[in-house]
Structures are given as structure tokens and as C-alpha cells.
Ligand binder design. Sequence first.
Ligand SMILES: C[S@@+](CC[C@H](N)C(=O)[O-])C[C@H]1O[C@@H](n2cnc3c(N)ncnc32)[C@H](O)[C@@H]1O
Length: 225
Amino acid sequence: MPTHQSLGGGTDEELLDRMIKTHPERFGSAFWELFDAQVASHLPPRPVIIDLGCGPGLLLRDLGERYPGATLYGYDLTPAMLVHGRALPGPGPKPTLTLLDVTTQPLPHAAGTVHLVSMSSVLHIIDEPLPVLAEIRRVLAPGGIFLLNDWIRQSLQSYLAWRQETSGESEAETLRRGFRLFPAHNKYTTEDWQWLLGKAGFAVRDHAQLRPAHRIFVAAPGGAG
Ligand SMILES: C[S@@+](CC[C@H](N)C(=O)[O-])C[C@H]1O[C@@H](n2cnc3c(N)ncnc32)[C@H](O)[C@@H]1O
């Protein structure tokens, strides 16, 4: 299965640990400013929200705190992620977290019933993204939003320097892991993501670079299909 482990990113536990540690920076004030400006007005007071490849469930927890009436679903193929997410305390609604491989299983939702699908640092892993995007488009309600947050291509030198600066790894470790992960993390340019979303029938309403290595796209069903 195309997990981060097989891509050279370490064990499931190491990935879980990294996702937890980097969550506050990845989903900090810049993220919520964009969310408030570009996404919030499209959501009803009691939205149905999916986080696809939800990892440790922290984004769903944060969304639940903002939307106490929300119905939250998280899907991931790594059991350790779901175990962590299910144990999270918090005042918001408890998400339903389910083991699912998005490349082989449909989303268990009727067409047109979901107001927001978020996918953060997952789509670049998927070898054939179009069927996954079609499934996301199927479940989105009219006016629903697909929030794609993912890696964008940079030079080998800047990728390795950024990794060394932000990961806390030793230089040797960065050179080992960084080289293995470079092809996966540096697969798509901003233009490639825009083209891919358009090809899958999404209209990109906005996109922004909140972090050096990632771009976030606010998309909605529409466009050529
Ligand atoms: C880099 S982590 C990101 C986790 C989370 N979205 C976040 O930003 O904190 C990628 C996640 O995608 C999950 N994943 C990878 N391939 C998947 C697939 N085919 N179906 C479902 N989840 C997948 C992994 O298990 C992992 O939890």
C-alpha cells in the first residue's frame, strides 16, 4: 500500500508523531484566516465535513470546536492514526473515524451530501488521483468546498535545506529521508495542481501559499469536468 512508510518517511508511529508535532504550525492562524475568508461563508451552521487521510484527527477536532453542530468524518488507511484520533479529548462533536483506502474503496456517503472535504498532504501520495477526485466531487453538495492542501515542487537544494531547518533531523537523516521523499513531495507544481483540479471538474476559487513547501486550494464542483 502506498503509505508514507513505503515512500521512505519512517514508520507509522514516526509519521503520527510528526503530524502531531507539526499540526499547530500547519493549521495555525494563517490557515484559519484563509478558512474564514474563503470557506466559512459556504458552510451551513451544521455542516457535514470529511477529512480524507485524516491522520491523527487534529484538524477534525479543531473544526468540531468551531462547528459544534457539525457531523465529522475522518478516513485513513493507517490504524495508528485512527486510534489516536478516537482518543482525542475535546468539547466538540466526536468524529466518526473509519479505516478506508481511498484508492480502492468508495466514500460511504450519498451523492451531494457533504459540505466540506479536506485533504491535507495526502493526494500527492496517490498514484492515480483522478478517480479519488471524482469520488470527492460525487459526495460534495451543491456549493460544497474541496480544500486541498499539499506539497508543491521546489528545487532539491531548497527542499533539503527546508527539511533540515524544520524537521529537527540530523543532516545525515535529512540526506537519507530527504532523497527518498523528494520525488513524492516534489511531484506537482502549483500549475499542475490547478490543471488536475480542473481536469477533475473542480473550479479553483482561490489558492494561497501559507507555508514554503505547500499550497492550499479552495475548489468547488464546476468547471469542465
Ligand atoms: C502526511 S499524512 C497527513 C495526515 C493529515 N491529513 C494531516 O495533515 O495531519 C498522510 C495521511 O494519509 C494517509 N493515507 C495515505 N494513503 C491513503 C489512502 N490511500 N487512503 C486513505 N488514507 C491514506 C496516511 O495514512 C496518513 O495518515
